[in-house]
Design a protein around this ligand. Structure first.
Ligand SMILES: [Mn+2]
Length: 335
């Protein structure tokens, strides 16, 4: 594994490869977020106006709150029968917001084995893909910011509304709406250009964030009313049982933004959400933290994965109490 966090190759070389490629595939990680989808669509819209044959193929469905973006309805969910041939025939594959083939799960082998030239554009550490022309910068807020860095060096680049909206969503979602640590003055200048290019912050926020269902909010109500503080108030535990989901007609997928709420409580450094997936005898665990509290360690110890401040685990367990015990025993190591 290459642990360089910055592999900034010649951006002009990347632009030349864009120019010389005829069949382009853009792909990103499973369970795609706003940065993954927004960055893919920014590239796709750029290639489209430049009359390039480009396709986005991913391992998942496009999240509901990203479907309004221009081109989102053209994104293909990987299917070996209907679209594998596109990957095989491509002369360029752009992998963005990921740096390890395993992040694209069922697509991983197909992408790795494809003959096409590959470009990785990403802001995570731990680059694990062989590529001579990549743009990796872990000091960057988002992949969207890196895509902008490339676009801004294209001499005849024209910022369209579709590109501006896609990049705005990419950057806004990966910076928690411009409040995470990598939110810089430079980034705000980029955002200013995107707004001038047609991105409307209010419209985009409404479409991306204010799309919760009524049942989801009732589930959140339950989650909040049962919160527990542990370890002198440093750890906050949120737990949702099968009963909670059943009685609110929801499921574990409806909890996407819940665990972040725990970190809004004063003094809390680590937030835990445990959701029971009754049908499978599983518990989905989401961990979030602040500062140096390393929840990745806990996730790794229990067979999960993630980053220092955000990680996840799927745990087989007899009961909710057992699952909580297991997680807390490991949390103890990092508090
Ligand atoms: Mn990202």
């Amino acid at each position: 594994m290459n642990n360089n966090s910055n592999i900034i190759n010649n951006i002009n070389e990347i632009i030349k490869i864009f120019d010389n490629s005829k069949k382009i595939i853009i792909s990103t990680h499973f369970n795609p977020d706003g940065d993954a989808i927004g960055s893919a669509l920014a590239l796709w819209n750029y290639f489209k106006i430049n009359n390039k044959d480009a396709l986005i193929i991913i391992a998942d469905d496009v999240p509901k709150n990203m479907q309004f973006l221009e081109g989102a309805n053209k994104i293909l969910k990987f299917n070996p029968k209907t679209n594998l041939h596109h990957i095989k025939q491509a002369d360029l594959i752009i992998l963005e917001d990921m740096n390890d083939y395993s992040r694209s799960v069922m697509l991983a082998d197909e992408l790795q084995e494809a003959n096409a030239q590959k470009i990785v554009i990403d802001h995570h550490i731990g680059m694990n893909i062989n590529s001579n022309n990549s743009l990796i910068d872990s000091n960057s807020s988002s992949t969207g910011e890196l895509i902008w860095r490339i676009f801004s060096q294209i001499s005849d680049f024209k910022l369209t509304k579709a590109i501006a909206e896609a990049l705005y969503v990419a950057i806004a979602t990966d910076t928690g709406n411009f409040r995470f640590p990598k939110t810089t003055a430079v980034l705000h200048r980029i955002i200013a250009e995107l707004i001038e290019g047609g991105a409307n912050p209010n419209y985009l926020y409404e479409n991306v964030y204010n799309q919760n269902s009524f049942t989801q909010m009732r589930l959140l109500g339950r989650a909040l009313s049962n919160l527990k503080l542990l370890y002198q108030g440093k750890v906050c535990l949120m737990a949702l049982s099968e009963k909670d989901f059943r009685e609110t007609q929801t499921n574990y997928r409806d909890t996407e933004f819940f665990v972040e709420k725990t970190l809004s409580i004063e003094k809390v450094k680590i937030g835990i959400l445990i959701s029971e997936v009754y049908q499978r005898g599983e518990f989905k665990i989401s961990l979030r933290s602040k500062d140096d509290y390393n929840v990745q360690k806990v996730a790794f110890a229990l067979g999960g994965g993630g980053h220092i401040n955000a990680a996840g685990i799927t745990l087989k367990s007899q009961s909710m109490d057992n699952a909580i015990d297991t997680v807390l025993r490991n949390i103890q190591q990092i508090v």
